[in-house]
Design a protein around this ligand. Sequence first.
Ligand code: DX5
Ligand code: ZN
Length: 221
Amino acid sequence: MNDFIIAPSILSADFARLGEEVDNVLAAGADIIHFDVMDNHYVPNLTIGPMVCKALRKHGVTADIDVHLMVKPVDRMIGDFIEAGASIITFHPEASEHLDRSLQMIRDGGCKAGLVFNPATSLEHLKYVMDKIDMVLLMSVNPGFGGQSFIPGTLDKLREARALIEASGYDIRLEVDGGVSEKNIADIARAGADTFVAGSAIFGKADYKAVIDAMRKALAS
Ligand code: DX5
Ligand code: ZN
């Protein structure tokens, strides 16, 4: 796997042709697929669930599926997504009554586990569970919709998260989600991110490969 991971969010894909969209974006150079699960309760939007993840596996998708749970409660969905073929499962600390148990459930199910922090949520929780996570995901927009603008304060928070990860000594990826494009990806990487979710920046363009190539070029600069 690349040092830098590009994770297109299928939230901005054409849902009527989802299998084909996922095939195309992987053929265009995407590393993994970011899968946004929204419940119209924890966030004000409603998207896709475990059946769609299972359908993508049945379609033949072998790439990692990075499931971002924006649901409350989370535990039932964790079990369902493990069953459906998820590779990575992340959730928001505010959405789980028993964060440690939810993280444990994910790893026990053979998936990588991660916590997601909204723009104004403190990273405090991390210090107690650093040994139980594989991914820290920082939201650079308020969760619920694609196509929003990157919140600049995320850069400082990325630096803070990167320092915590380095100090822990664990092998933990630092992902960023919201408003990422080929224009700001280099600055975001410099702040410490290594995994980049991009929805509208990729699926909003006709040529996915051109965007992903431009992102890789910016990352190499
Ligand atoms: C927002 C989602 C994101 C979203 C990103 O709540 O978690 O993954 O799809 O979309 P863009 O890249 O368009 O900001
Ligand atoms: Zn997401």
